[in-house]
Design a protein around this ligand. Structure first.
Ligand SMILES: [Zn+2]
Length: 290
């Protein structure tokens, strides 16, 4: 065989091997995440008497780079308008009793993968059970977290997939406003169209004790998540009842989860920001600014 052909074949095989390895590690990171923990807590300057919100964006699995980048200043403005202090970090070591006690609400903003050590997880459970507020956004409810307490109490459903055909779709969402847990839903939009990456869960969080705030009208989307050989048997959706944002009480604490918020545009969308503002008020048991 001609030496040039041999070289071309060698380079092609090398490209194939490197490509397969890169794809494998990417898919493995998204599905299972990597265990990278933090041990040195940040220095905080939060005053004890102020209403304070912790925005946590550690990503040990899929990184929603654009959404996180757009959401931090949007949340900063939302907090400033209400007179709340906001602290943003990717440092998981902030999950310790004394530093968490400074905050009214913790927001897991597109957090992914295993991000807390057992001790840090216990600090978060303790914080919530004693009356703290928790909000999870989008990837905070994907399948990469591998934490049973978290899945059962905060998310209340097992993630399956998101549509791939196409990935982003405009859909209609509907509000469910009840007074049972006094969620301040009366001023939220009752029904509107928005574009996002719509998560599909294996089970319905409503059946696991969660109170639903919004459902997505599945007749307005194609839930098919088939993606070549990587995602098979994912043609299904959740049917007529497809919750997309919900809330729950955990002992003295309160939690809220919204599967919306993949896109950067979500963070300039007034109706979406209104939902987050109401979720902060409710989970943090905070009085709104008059
Ligand atoms: Zn996403």
């Amino acid at each position: 065989m001609n030496a040039i052909i041999k070289w071309v074949l060698f380079v092609l095989v090398l490209i194939l091997l490197v490509g397969s390895y890169t794809l494998y590690t990417f898919v493995d990171r998204i599905k299972n995440g990597v265990e990278e923990y933090d041990y040195d807590p940040p220095e905080l300057t939060i005053r004890e008497a102020t209403t304070a919100i912790l925005v946590f964006t550690k990503t040990n699995a899929y990184i929603h780079k654009e959404a996180i980048k757009a959401s931090v200043p949007a949340l900063q403005k939302l907090c400033a308008d209400q007179g709340w202090e906001m602290y943003h970090t990717e440092n998981g070591a902030i999950f310790n009793e004394s530093q968490l006690s400074l905050f009214d609400v913790i927001i897991w903003n597109n957090v992914s993968g295993p991000v807390l050590t057992d001790i840090q997880q216990n600090a978060m459970i303790d914080y919530i059970e004693k009356g703290g507020g928790f909000i999870g956004i989008h990837a905070a409810g994907d399948g990469s977290h591998k934490w049973t307490w978290y899945r059962e109490n905060i998310i209340g459903a097992e993630y399956s997939h998101h549509p791939m055909n196409p990935q982003f779709q405009e859909a209609k969402i509907h509000l469910e406003c009840d007074t049972i847990l006094s969620f301040p839903c009366d001023e939220l939009s009752t029904s509107f169209d928005r574009t996002d990456e719509w998560y599909i869960f294996m089970d319905n969080p409503r059946n696991n004790g969660m109170r639903v705030l919004y459902t997505v009208d599945e007749s307005t989307i194609n839930p098919d998540g088939q993606f070549y050989l990587l995602q098979r048997d994912k043609k299904f959706g959740m049917g007529k009842d497809h919750p997309i944002a919900w809330y729950n009480t955990i002992k003295k604490g309160r939690s809220f989860y919204s599967a919306m918020g993949h896109t950067a545009d979500s963070w300039i969308e007034e109706a979406h920001l209104d939902i987050i503002r109401k979720a902060i008020l409710w989970t943090g048991q905070i009085q709104p600014k008059k």
